[in-house]
Ligand binder design. Structure first.
Ligand code: C2E
Ligand code: MG
Ligand code: MG
Ligand code: MG
Length: 285
């Protein structure tokens, strides 16, 4: 026992871990009230149809405009707000902002696109999730078929029966569901057929070395074949090069998303992309 204690004390006082803990605690204290201080911002990243090269959707990605640190990545702060529960309010705000934005683009006469919003595990556990989504759709006037929610295998697997029930209720609202980061979780194919999702998003770790690693290419081919046979739409995340784009297109992948097309950008820049969907397609050749 003494040994265990000694070890954990060593870990606790290791300067590196201590610094990381300090940083996390500081960020956490600053995250309280960040929403109210208007420090949260939604960026949008286009999803491109690989065959027509047109923007078909945008994914809403939250950013934290920290007063001194600048833009803080969600990879850094989502885990914190997920742990302390702030994610519920932030997630709802992102959803409302994204739906409002998408509706505004429609009313301005821009080409119709979907908006897709990430759900966290905590939000998915909220007993009133379906009502919240339904209420935001009503409030913003966005037709449900323009909203897509992204869920991940790992949190669906936590309680499969509950997940199936909630996913079905969400589908009944008329919205779309995507399985994000597909291939990184541990969703068995058996469950995949039980989750009423419309689309798979291939995780970017597979796309990354698609042209250099035959294993990744094989995984991508298999996921595309699977999606086709289950009649699911498919998007490849993290497309960074023309080679990756061409490979995916040849293999019959429908949509792509990644820095090759565009980074996530603020709404006023995203709107230019929608207006210039055609120009974008010329640039990409
Ligand atoms: P995600 O949902 O898988 O979103 C895609 C992430 O990949 C985004 O990171 C995006 O900027 C990044 N990405 C897109 N294309 C490329 C590429 O070509 N190369 C590389 N290296 N990266 C690319 P981001 O915006 O930092 O978000 C990270 C994660 O944080 C998201 O992963 C999502 O899980 C989570 N997240 C972001 N916004 C929200 C939100 O509003 N709610 C919740 N619950 N989670 C969010
Ligand atoms: Mg996502
Ligand atoms: Mg995600
Ligand atoms: Mg993803």
């Amino acid at each position: 026992q003494a040994q265990t204690q000694g070890r954990s004390q060593y870990l606790f006082y290791s300067p590196e871990i201590n610094a990381r803990l300090q940083e996390r605690l500081t960020l956490e204290s600053q995250l309280y009230g960040a929403l109210e201080r208007n420090e949260m911002q939604v960026y949008y990243q286009p999803l491109i149809n690989l065959h027509t090269q047109k923007v078909t959707a945008v994914e809403a990605l939250v950013r934290w405009k920290h007063p001194t640190l600048g833009l803080v990545s969600p990879a850094k702060f989502i885990p914190i707000v997920e742990a302390n529960g702030l994610i519920t309010a932030i997630g709802e705000w992102v959803l409302r902002t994204a739906c409002t934005q998408c509706r505004a683009w429609q009313l301005a006469g821009l080409p119709a696109i979907r908006v897709s919003v990430n759900l966290s595990a905590r939000q998915f556990e909220q007993p009133n999730l379906v009502e919240v989504v339904s209420q935001i759709l009503q409030e913003t006037g966005l037709p449900p078929s323009y909203l897509e929610l992204e869920v991940t295998e790992s949190f669906l697997m936590a309680d499969i029966q509950h997940s199936v029930k909630i996913l079905n209720q969400l589908r009944e609202l008329g919205i779309w569901l995507a399985l994000d980061d597909f291939g990184t979780g541990y969703c068995s194919l058996n469950y995949l057929t039980r989750f009423p999702v419309n689309m798979l998003k291939i995780d970017r770790s597979f796309v990354q070395d698609i042209t250099s690693n035959p294993d990744s290419a094989a995984v991508i081919d298999a996921i595309i074949a699977l999606a086709n046979s289950l009649q699911l739409k498919i998007t490849a995340e993290g497309v960074e090069t023309a080679e990756q784009m061409h490979y995916l297109k040849r293999r019959g992948c429908e949509e792509g998303q990644g820095f090759y097309f565009s980074r996530p950008v603020p709404a006023d820049i995203a709107v230019e992309m929608l207006e210039n969907s055609y120009q974008l397609s010329k640039q990409l050749r």
